[in-house]
Design a protein around this ligand. Structure first.
Ligand code: BGC
Length: 382
């Protein structure tokens, strides 16, 4: 499959050109590099997987595949205008299918952990596969990161809509769940992700994107020099299996407090029980917010390249994971072996294990409701 999508802005550009022509000869017209291309990224289980490449007017690009809705590349300029790929991942579909720590993927139906793979809704008990002893992680054995989504360019031409229908009982979760994840790549280098879902039976849902970012070199070196700011004064401390204790605790005086931008490596080796449990940062931050509008969750800055990323979300939390379990065995794009802490994740979400935590915001979705949430990853340089 190889086609070039002609978005509606082309018509707009034609109209502007006509206007320019009508007004007589002028200087060179502004040109836009805006494009949306679909190509073949391989096949799995006999099904072809398309790669959508979205290019914005300045030439910055995002690549997204139908397998797992994975963001396979994200190319943005540094402070000198040099474009570089800032996400970890693979060159081939086979590599994603063989072994991935959720590089770039949509994670669901329930991102993060559910204690012992068990929960109840309205008195009915459900059991999920335990794929991260002793808990269920990121939707189970074949979660939303490993299924094929159906991708379609959006009408506006600056995005792709991914659709997946998860059967009732899939990975133990009740209800047929119809999900739509729309990726939009704006001319301001913002990747907006809009999630939507409906169900035919009460179920639980928590969708996120699991991109690993390295703003310096896409994963060739550690992220420890990256400066992190997280807009949260509280977090959900965990037990030794990374399940929240149920407490919403203050970050005051802890090495997990990122209200003031701080290098990730500055305190990651501190002797603190929570850092020990996470083998580094692997915690859910309770975002400071007045309402549920899109608001700033975190800013990451790489002082070497000058690249920065803001994360904005409507979600109540963000999991900051500092790539503690990367150990060099995933050999990614361009043959780079991703070493310990060579990528970081900022997974916007509801809190881990919410189905078993009555005091956390609810993650139950009922048939008369629509799940709808948005997150934006915005890139710039300084
Ligand atoms: C979790 C980590 C886990 C990783 C898997 C993150 O979302 O918080 O504990 O190891 O996903 O790659």
């Amino acid at each position: 499959m190889q086609f070039k999508f002609s978005p509606t802005w082309l018509a707009g550009l034609a109209a502007v050109s006509l206007l320019v022509w009508a007004c007589g000869p002028t200087e060179t017209e502004p040109t836009s590099m805006r494009a949306l291309e679909a190509s073949d990224f391989g096949s799995v289980d006999g099904q072809t997987v398309a790669l959508f490449t979205l290019t914005n007017d300045s030439g910055a690009k995002v690549g997204i595949i139908e397998y797992g809705g994975i963001v396979v590349s994200l190319e943005v300029p540094d402070r000198d205008g040099n474009v570089g790929d800032v996400v970890l991942g693979y060159d081939t579909l086979d590599a994603y299918v063989a072994d991935t720590p959720y590089f770039g993927a949509i994670t669901g139906r329930y991102a993060n952990r559910i204690a012992k793979g068990r929960f109840e809704i309205d008195g009915t008990a459900y059991e999920l596969p335990v794929n991260n002893e002793p808990n269920s992680l990121h939707g189970g054995i074949k979660g939303f990161d490993k299924v094929i989504w159906k991708g379609t360019p959006t009408a506006s031409g600056d995005g792709v809509e991914m659709v997946y229908v998860s059967a009732d009982g899939e990975e133990g979760y009740p209800g047929e769940l119809s999900s739509k994840v729309t990726y939009t790549w704006t001319d301001d280098n913002e990747l907006q992700i809009d999630y939507e879902a409906t169900t035919d039976k009460p179920t639980v849902i928590n969708l996120t994107n699991h991109s690993y970012f390295n703003l310096k070199d896409g994963g060739a070196s550690p992220i420890l020099d990256h400066e992190m700011m997280i807009n949260a004064g509280m977090y959900t401390p965990v037990d030794a299996t990374s399940i929240p204790t149920g407490e919403i605790a203050s970050l005051d005086g802890t090495p997990l407090d990122f209200r003031t931008a701080t290098a990730i490596g500055a305190r990651i080796g501190d002797d603190h029980e929570q850092i020990g449990f996470g083998a580094g940062y692997d915690h859910n931050y309770v975002l400071n917010r007045d309402d549920d509008a899109l608001s700033l969750a975190a800013t990451v800055y790489d002082p070497h390249s000058g690249r920065a990323m803001d994360v904005l979300t409507e979600e109540p939390g963000v999991q900051f994971y500092s790539g503690n379990f990367l150990d060099g065995h995933h050999v990614g794009k361009g043959g780079v072996a991703y070493q310990h802490r060579s990528g970081l994740c900022l997974e916007t979400q509801h809190y881990p294990d919410s189905p078993n935590q009555p005091d956390f915001p609810s993650t139950v979705l009922r048939p008369d409701e629509t799940y709808s949430t948005s997150t934006v990853y915005r890139f710039y340089a300084r």
